[in-house]
Write a protein that binds this ligand. Structure first.
Ligand SMILES: Cc1ncc(COP(=O)(O)O)c(C=O)c1O
Length: 439
């Protein structure tokens, strides 16, 4: 029986044993074999989402690039997978760059981001011959130019522009965003001055501009508005500095489904909005059509992933709340604590059973705020049950920590009834292996 709970991967179903199954794998068996907490990714869903992006853009324009934002989930296996699907990659640090290179990701298809890259990170990126560095400040521009000169290279760069658009779920508001730590603001001519500076720097090649307006976006209007604002900027940059933008990177941000109220636009709709508005806005201003890029993270990996935990305790605080405590928490999914993100929960051996209580799903950490799900309807939860939270594929493992000495969980990919480990579970020895004893 197919299990149409939207945050779960599309392959999810209930098998003959009545258990939750993902890509032909019984989640109870996976938990038994690989232990818990366990991140489970449906490999085909990952591939399908990459392909949805590639198809949506290739059917509308020839000159495009889909750049996977690896901050959403970075490991060697996902870098290999997105490379094989033809995507480029956004690395937000030396560590993400190292991971991509360890997967033999083609360096020319890597974009290095970051608002505080160190000289060592920039040196590593330029030495690795990354395709583009997205410059976030004048200080970074000076560093990149200096390092490129020392290495005898001319580094292609984009400028990160703060378009003054703040995207909120279902809405957008236009602000000065003067307090954003990212990019060159349009206000006060800062971004225009950056174009002039980049054009005159000998060892960098200004290829284009970049903007990222936010994450978990449920509307297309902010993207269209961003294109219009950037087109105005590019018209001014052409007039004042003779700059022709060859690459226009519109960032990531398309939303994922975490719960019943979440209804993000389809990938195809995003592509339509982006491609048509770039064509229209450039033409209106008599500007040449640039290569179009987007940088999705969450919309590729979030709904392909889920986490399986074991329930350790169930308690009722009379007249207040029920608690179901699991063997993970903020060390494997920080998003509920960081920004109040909502998740759902189900019990893997009876996912369709009628709920008998509403409970807060609590983590095992020494923080009262370590609550994964505020109010989950659950069918008689018991210690030993395997509890699943869907849609944990983005910013879960990548934000994981060892808080309270918790080893980071394993990550597995499942496909056509087969499971394979792509990141091993940490052992207690891993917690101390970098540490030195006192004399
Ligand atoms: C520069 C940049 N690009 C892309 C992304 C990916 O965003 P999302 O995962 O919402 O698609 C982010 C996320 O923070 C970002 O900062």
């Amino acid at each position: 029986m197919s299990l149409l709970i939207p945050p779960l991967p599309r392959s999810s179903s209930v098998n003959d044993s009545g258990h939750l199954e993902v890509a032909g794998c019984d989640v109870i068996e996976l938990a038994g074999e690989f232990g818990t907490p366990l991140y489970i990714y449906d490999e085909q869903e990952l591939r399908d989402r990459c392909r949805a992006y590639m198809d949506a853009f290739s059917s509308r324009c020839e000159n495009f690039e889909v750049i996977y934002a690896s901050k959403a989930f970075s490991c060697v296996a996902i870098c290999q997978l997105v490379a094989r699907e033809g995507l480029s990659l956004d690395a937000a640090s030396g560590g993400e760059l190292y991971t991509a290179l360890a997967a033999w990701f083609p360096p020319e298809k890597i974009f290095l981001h970051g608002n505080a890259n160190t000289a060592a990170e920039l040196d590593f990126a330029i030495r690795s011959e990354v395709g583009h560095i997205v410059i976030d400040s004048l200080d970074e521009m000076v560093k990149v130019a200096g390092i490129a000169a020392r290495q005898g290279r001319r580094q292609p760069v984009l400028l990160r522009i703060t378009p003054g658009i703040e995207a909120h779920t279902h809405d957008f508001i236009q602000t000065g965003r003067l307090d954003s730590k990212f990019g060159f603001p349009l206000a006060g001519g800062t971004a225009l001055d950056a174009v002039a500076a980049a054009q005159t720097a000998a060892d960098i090649e200004l290829v284009g501009v970049h903007a990222h307006i936010g994450s978990q976006i449920f509307a297309l209007k902010p993207y269209r508005r961003t294109v219009a604002v950037l087109a105005d900027f590019l018209a001014a940059a052409r007039e004042k500095h003779g700059f022709d933008c060859r690459l226009l990177d519109l960032g990531g941000g398309l939303g994922a489904v975490y719960g019943p109220g979440d209804d993000p636009p389809a990938i195809d709709q995003l592509a339509e909005a982006v491609v048509s508005s770039v064509a229209a806005e450039m033409e209106r201003r008599g500007l040449p059509l640039p290569r179009i890029a987007v940088e999705p993270g969450r919309s590729i990996v979030a709904n392909a992933g889920l986490t399986a935990y074991e329930i350790e305790a169930v308690k009722t605080v009379f007249d207040v709340r029920n608690f179901v405590a699991v063997n993970g928490g903020m060390s494997d999914n920080l998003r509920p604590m960081l920004y109040g993100a909502g998740y759902q929960a189900l019990i893997a051996d009876r996912p369709l059973a009628e709920p008998t209580m509403t409970a807060a799903v609590a983590g095992k950490h020494c923080e009262s705020g370590d609550i994964l799900v505020k109010a989950a309807p659950l069918p008689e939860p018991r210690p030993g049950d395997i509890l699943v939270t869907p849609a944990t594929g983005a910013y879960g493992y990548s934000m994981a920590s060892n808080y309270n000495g918790q080893p980071r969980p394993a990550v597995i990919f499942v496909k056509a009834g087969e499971a394979r480990v792509v990141i091993k579970r940490e052992a207690y020895e891993d917690l101390v292996h970098l540490q030195e004893k006192l004399e």
